[in-house]
Design a binder for this molecule. Structure first.
Ligand code: BES
Ligand code: MN
Ligand code: ZN
Length: 513
């Protein structure tokens, strides 16, 4: 699973004098060269300006043009990267340009490169941030999932998409101004730690459901805990029975795979500091249960544990960062299968809170496992609880694949999360959760039903959870549309690890200043 690793270093220097496989410089629209591009232009008697004037590179955002043996330079290649309009150039455009440059270098024969993109001016943005974005975006696009491809005789993995003789891009030198080197180093560490968590979350999502079982998730958490020295506890079925988790166990009872309840504790804040609790939905495969899903694209329901993956990924990131904050991770994990023992529509389950639930649709299982985890979270006296779940198809209909749905019983917490999403370019959108929606969950036979009908499906799902989160500040992120991509680019995205990390880093800064 160790996906292509790029080694980074930070340096100060000039683009025209350096010896590299590939120097990466930016070009804006309207024939406007960045400083680094101008420097190369100056030593090459207007070579770059000429190309731009001819229209071979129009500066369109994320377009690229690879040049070879540019006169006056010592490097084999110069990669021009389009930056779009100079007046529009901000974080998002910057990351798009970085991604495009990584793709172009990877497609070339260059094994190392020197990028000057981190030196581009972006208002309000520190060198720390710029380099963090650059490292994360670079590692994000160079991610490859080859854990389960056949190993060849040389020990390398089979790659049917790549020409075997092609060299791989492995080293990137990030050039910044001399005064920014220290900040850039800390930004690099941040970006790498974030990418490590994102990559782990992608791996867990991408693994097939016959490998990534509840037991596998528990073992992954345990080995992370060993590696980084944080506490991990895994509860098995008998202990969950003792705790009275009838709702979670109801979902688990239709599967041969034993359910697990994972508790991770990163306690690096002051003893007196109340922890942030992250709760991740860990359905390692969602068939729908007796309310069986249709067959098309059902394979994608292996991604129904991406909430759990994001919690484990975030733990890896904050452990790498040694973040001075108290954070607890809770993961209820099981399969949702149809079976002779599976729950039926009409069954009534008793949750750990004591509230009874009429199961009208066994495919609305995420909320059934999360509600018991939310009740369990009470014992930590949390400062905030955030659950992350691929909870509803309705959320995908509402927001598509760009933003995660954000629901909360606390305005301040919601704004903190929205801001973290903006800063990390991993956005969420605040959805309403007014009391008006609550009666949709009324049941004639239990305290509530587990579904609220077709209308406002992501909201009624959040309303259901809110009934178990009354004792603390709580937010819910519905990541059904953002945790993975379908189609040709099918794969986990690692979202919302960037949002969660940003939120926790901001909380740690607040706690320690
Ligand atoms: N895991 C699904 C939600 C989902 C579906 C995420 C498709 C991404 C793509 C969840 O368990 C589910 O099945 N939800 C149902 C709820 C319904 C029965 C009220 C849904 O969204 O259809
Ligand atoms: Mn389901
Ligand atoms: Zn599900």
């Amino acid at each position: 699973m160790k996906s292509s690793i790029i080694e980074f270093s930070i340096k100060n220097g000039n683009p025209e004098k350096l010896l590299s496989n590939c120097v990466i410089v930016g070009v804006y629209e309207s024939n406007q060269l960045s400083d680094a591009a101008l420097a190369i232009d100056a030593v090459s008697a207007g070579y770059i300006a000429n190309i731009v004037k001819r229209g071979d590179m129009d500066g369109k955002l994320a377009s690229t043009l690879m040049l070879h043996n540019v006169p006056g330079t010592l490097s084999e290649r110069v990669l021009l990267v389009g930056l779009g309009k100079a007046s529009d150039f901000a974080e998002k455009q910057y990351c798009q340009a970085v991604r495009a440059s990584t793709k172009a270098v990877t497609a070339s024969g260059a094994t190392d490169a020197a990028t000057f993109l981190a030196g581009l001016p972006i208002s309000q943005l520190t060198a720390h941030r710029k380099v963090a974005y650059l490292a994360e975006a670079t590692l994000d696009v160079s991610y490859k999932f080859d854990a389960i491809k056949r190993k060849k005789e040389d020990g390398k993995k089979e790659d049917n998409k790549k020409n075997e003789s092609k060299k791989s891009f492995a080293k990137l030198v990030v050039y910044v101004a001399a005064s920014e080197v220290n900040e850039a180093e800390s930004g690099l560490a941040h970006g790498k730690a974030l990418a490590a968590g994102v990559s782990l979350a992608k791996d867990l999502g991408n693994l097939p459901p016959n490998v990534c079982t509840p037991t596998y998730l528990a073992e992954t958490a345990e080995s992370l805990g060993k590696k980084y020295d944080f506490k991990v506890k895994v509860l098995a079925r008998d202990e969950l029975e003792k705790l009275g988790m009838g709702s979670f166990l109801g979902v688990a009872q239709g599967s041969e795979e034993p359910p697990k309840f994972i508790i991770m504790q990163h306690l690096k804040g002051k003893k007196s500091q109340k922890p942030v609790v992250l709760v991740g939905k860990g359905i390692t495969f969602d068939t729908g249960g007796i309310s069986l899903k249709p067959g098309g694209d059902m394979d994608e329901m292996k991604y129904d544990m991406c909430g759990a993956a994001s919690v484990i990924g975030t733990f890896k990131t904050i452990a790498e960062m040694d973040l001075p904050l108290n954070v607890i991770g809770i993961i209820p994990t099981c399969e949702n299968m149809p079976d002779g023992r599976a729950i039926r529509p009409g069954d009534v389950l008793t949750s750990m809170s004591g509230l009874t639930i009429e199961v009208l649709n066994t495919d609305a299982e995420g909320r059934l496992i999360l509600c018991d985890a939310l009740t369990y979270a009470e014992r930590f006296e949390p400062s905030a609880v955030i659950d992350i779940a691929t909870l509803t198809g309705a959320c995908v209909i509402a927001l598509g694949h760009h933003a995660s749905g954000l629901f909360s019983n606390n305005e301040a917490l919601a704004s903190e999360l929205l801001k973290a999403g903006e800063t990390s370019l991993d956005r969420a959108w605040h959805m309403p959760m007014w009391d008006d929606y609550q009666p949709l969950l009324d049941s004639n036979f239990a305290d509530m039903a587990n579904i609220g009908g077709r209308a406002a499906g992501s909201i009624t799902a959040a309303c259901f959870l809110s009934r178990f989160a009354k004792k603390y500040e709580w937010a819910h992120l519905d990541v059904a549309g953002t945790a993975w991509k379908s189609g040709k680019e099918k794969g986990g995205t690692g979202r919302p690890v960037p949002l969660l990390t940003e939120f926790l880093v901001a909380r740690a800064n607040k706690a320690n200043h």
